[in-house]
Design a protein around this ligand. Structure first.
Ligand code: PAF
Length: 282
């Protein structure tokens, strides 16, 4: 496994891969790798000749400085995990490599970012859009792999690729969960034992809501009940619990079993913000 630090380093390897007709798969990450990331890596290995994993904690997508400063950094163990998966390259740029200067452009994703994460994390998707564009331009992958847990992020990146005619195929990989159902996230390692126990309210409320909707209960009743359930958990604080169209990200006020739908949730456990989602009608 080769670790590369700059676009110029990678360029040599890229030329060699292209000359030998090898396809390149990119798994963009911010490190603190868990089994969910490794699922992306395994999928990338199945679908590409050469796998590049990038590790870069992107400052421009954090709307909260404290969250950025506390984001876990576990580079050494990340490299071990990737080496065990036989990854070919790990791209570990520093901030100056990615941002020699502060970007002037601002990516506005319109309606797509006026709900859910876009509302609660202003500027987040601009930061994601810019860094993902930079990674695609530097690595020039044929395919790129993202997790379904960040559902709205996958929608944003699909839009980016479409609007800028980028020649990269996006592969979305299902959410990996802990045995008790909590969606894997790099932030989980920062939860205290009690926060970890109460964090199950995210997946439990998604499953409860799905069951009740499919049994015919009205969406507004389900949503209100879930808000009450959150109020009963002293360490949990709900930001949103919304029924949406899983590609357009428009909010539904009623459930219709003939329309595609997913529920998305975001909540704090103490100071740690977690998100999750569940398809209702895929
Ligand atoms: O999902 C993530 O880890 C990040 O948002 C990404 C796509 C690597 C961009 O920094």
């Amino acid at each position: 496994m080769q670790v590369v630090y700059t676009g110029a380093d990678w360029h040599e390897y890229w030329l060699r891969s292209i000359k030998s007709n090898k396809s390149i798969g990119l798994v963009p990450t911010m490190g603190a790798l868990h089994e969910g990331h490794l699922d992306l890596v395994r999928k990338a290995k199945e679908e590409s000749d050469i796998v590049v994993v990038s590790i870069f904690v992107n400052p421009t997508q954090f709307n909260n400085q404290e969250d950025f400063e506390n984001y876990p950094n576990t580079l050494e163990s990340d490299l071990d995990k990737l080496s065990n998966e036989n990854v070919d390259f790990v791209f570990v740029p520093d901030t100056k490599t990615i941002y020699p200067e502060k970007p002037v452009i601002n990516i506005n994703f319109g309606e797509l970012e006026r709900v859910l994460e876009g509302t609660f994390r202003p500027g987040h998707f601009n930061g994601v859009g810019i860094v993902v564009s930079k990674l695609f331009n530097l690595i020039r992958p044929h395919k790129a792999f993202f997790g379904q847990k960040d559902l709205q992020q996958t929608g944003i990146i699909k839009q980016l690729v479409k609007d800028l005619s980028m020649e990269v195929e996006l592969i979305i990989v299902p959410t990996r969960r802990e045995e008790d159902g909590l969606a894997m996230s790099s932030r989980n390692m920062r939860l205290s034992t009690e926060e970890r126990n109460q964090s199950l309210i995210l997946i439990n409320s998604l499953m409860k809501a799905k069951q009740e909707l499919l049994a015919g209960k009205q969406w507004f009743e389900v949503q209100n009940q879930i808000k009450c359930d959150f109020e009963e958990k002293p360490l949990a604080s709900l930001e949103y619990f919304e029924l949406i169209h899983p590609e357009r990200f428009t909010r539904y006020s009623k459930f219709d079993e003939n329309q595609k739908s997913s529920i998305c949730v975001a909540a704090y456990l103490g100071k740690i913000r977690l998100i999750d989602n569940l398809p209702i009608i895929p």
